[in-house]
Design a protein around this ligand. Structure first.
Ligand code: T5A
Length: 215
């Protein structure tokens, strides 16, 4: 709310299977019921180019070195910001984005061990200096998140094609969780929610936060 723009930008972050997609749909319905226009989007894959990049980045069978992985996420972000997020904010829409800059710091920084200050600089470049007004961090034990994601994948018959990060060891996901919690202490835009609660309870916590934001 410090940045000058007509719309509101909300990002959702957390480990695999934290419930971001589920929560995003509830938040969208909440705003739509108020008559507001909402853009639901995600990274990677929010733009046309991003869809192609997503199929490469998340494919567990595609060998990619950490630096290439990072630059693919950044290319996805630059395109997404310029052609989707920025125009929507200028039109006064509420933008709900499943993962954004903080996933890069969590996964490529805390997870892969890349330099965090450098990642923050590259994020600024890719996102044109735009940060979310609110970042919801869904926090839960990675064992629970991975079990939820795997159960959903089985139910929906998803293949390993999008499983690059799900295939990582539990320790990797624990580092990601710790990374999100560390980041949340540094900036006021973060709101951490206990995602081990039911989807309804998670939304209720977020609903209270949204009400204070809209005052
Ligand atoms: N990545 C991304 C990087 O490394 N760097 C970056 O810069 C960026 C942007 C993206 C991957 O890319 C990495 C991070 C990711 O690994 P993705 O396919 O977009 O991958 O996957 P995720 O963002 O991880 O999302 P998921 O689809 O795995 O999980 P969600 O959206 O958090 O969870 P959701 O809502 O699908 O829920 C999972 C299951 O749990 C149930 C749901 O019904 C569903 O079955 N559920 C609950 N069950 C019980 N209680 C609740 N509260 C529940 N909420 C949902």
């Amino acid at each position: 709310m410090t940045q000058e723009r007509a719309g509101i930008f909300i990002s959702l972050e957390g480990i695999e299977g934290a419930g971001k997609t589920t929560l995003m749909q509830k938040i969208a319905a909440y705003f739509q019921n108020m008559g507001k226009e909402v853009l639901l989007t995600r990274e990677p894959g929010g733009s046309e180019l991003g869809k192609k990049l997503r199929s490469i980045i998340l494919n567990a069978e595609e060998k990619i070195c950490p630096a290439s992985e990072l630059f693919l996420f950044l290319a996805d972000r630059a395109e997404h910001m310029e052609n989707c997020i920025k125009p929507a904010l200028e039109q006064g829409k509420i933008v709900l984005c499943d993962r954004f800059i903080d996933s890069t710091v969590a996964y490529q920084g805390y997870g892969r061990g890349m330099d965090i200050a450098e990642l923050e600089m590259l994020n600024t470049l890719a996102a044109g200096g735009i940060k979310p007004d609110l970042t919801l961090v869904l926090d839960l034990d990675p064992k629970i998140g991975l079990a939820r994601a795997n159960a959903r994948n089985k139910e929906q018959n998803l293949t390993v094609k999008e499983g690059r990060f799900e295939a990582e060891a539990l320790e990797f996901h624990q580092k990601i969780r710790a990374g999100f919690l560390a980041m949340s202490k540094k900036e006021e835009r973060f709101f951490v929610v206990n995602a081990e609660q039911s989807a309804e309870q998670v939304f209720e916590m977020v609903h209270q936060k949204l009400k204070t934001m809209l005052l």
